[in-house]
Design a protein around this ligand. Structure first.
Ligand SMILES: NC(=O)c1ccc[n+]([C@@H]2O[C@H](COP(=O)([O-])OP(=O)(O)OC[C@H]3O[C@@H](n4cnc5c(N)ncnc54)[C@H](OP(=O)(O)O)[C@@H]3O)[C@@H](O)[C@H]2O)c1
Length: 242
């Protein structure tokens, strides 16, 4: 059996990525932090399509919780390893920096960037031993361009892109690729409350993206077909920024 872990797989982009990886033959470990009902919906959808998936609850920003959950899985599956990890769990807490609380700075950095470290540092060793792995990090247009009201989120995503490039070089000789995906506006809970009618005027394709469009790119990066691509950050934004 082949295993993939998708952090934040309960909703939005993570759900679409979980469905995509399941359709590629992976048993998907669907991580979430609080929304069990939504995570279960992801599992049910995967099973309805003939795939296999299990729930894996932990807070990616909490190193101890992450270690406990992943170690427990590893002990139950001594012959297996997680060959694909999609570091997708993310939050935003937007504010101009003059009003940004230390909590909103910290939680965004600890989830979007700290989560990458907490998860990936545990999974990379088995990938090295098996000489195959795929690490895919969900960055953002904000991490490339920077966005007003998002110094915390832009810093976290920019850091994630830099970490992607560094780790790619560390493990390139061992059959492991490390890439990032940088979506623009994608229709999920995260963009609720944004003025879509106004924002789409800025997007050459004149629409928000769909989670499945991001999932198709992640699926390609997870596949063997992407074997010579590493250390890249691929934008998927309808032409908004390149
Ligand atoms: N939507 C966009 O326009 C857009 C654009 C660029 C980048 N992105 C990035 O794409 C990723 C997915 O975004 P989305 O739009 O699909 O967001 P979303 O619909 O708000 O879903 C966020 C997911 O992350 C999980 N999560 C949040 N904090 C977590 C934590 N501490 N530990 C574990 N899981 C956690 C949530 O779990 P629960 O359900 O349990 O809360 C949920 O599954 C994020 O990294 C986001 O920054 C999104």
């Amino acid at each position: 059996m082949k295993y993939a872990l998708v952090t934040g797989g309960s909703r939005g982009i993570g759900r679409a990525v979980s469905l995509k990886l399941a359709s590629m033959g992976y048993t998907v470990l669907v991580n979430y932090v609080s929304n069990e009902a939504k995570a279960q919906e992801t599992i049910d959808q995967i099973k309805a399509e003939g795939g296999d998936a299990v729930l894996m609850k932990f807070d990616v920003s909490d190193a101890e919780q992450t270690r406990e959950a992943i170690s427990a899985w590893q002990q139950e599956h001594p012959e297996d390893y997680i060959e694909v990890v999609v570091n997708n769990a993310g939050i935003r807490r937007d504010n101009l920096i003059v009003w940004m609380s230390p909590e909103d700075w910290g939680s965004v950095i600890n989830t979007n960037l700290g989560g990458f470290y907490n998860v990936t540092s545990l999974l990379i060793k088995p990938m090295l031993l098996h000489r195959f792995g795929r690490v895919i990090n969900m960055a953002s247009l904000s991490g490339l361009k920077g966005m007003t009201g998002q110094t915390n989120y832009s810093a976290a995503k920019g850091g994630l892109i830099a970490a992607t490039k560094a780790l790619a070089q560390e493990v390139a000789r061992k059959g492991i690729t490390v890439n990032a995906v940088a979506p623009g506006f994608v229709r999920t809970d995260m963009v609720e409350g944004l003025d879509e009618a106004e924002l789409r005027k800025l997007i050459p394709m004149n629409r928000f993206g769909e989670p499945e469009e991001v999932a198709n790119l992640v699926g390609f990066l997870a596949s063997k077909e992407s074997s010579y691509i590493t250390g890249e950050c691929i934008s998927i934004n309808g032409g908004l920024y390149s």
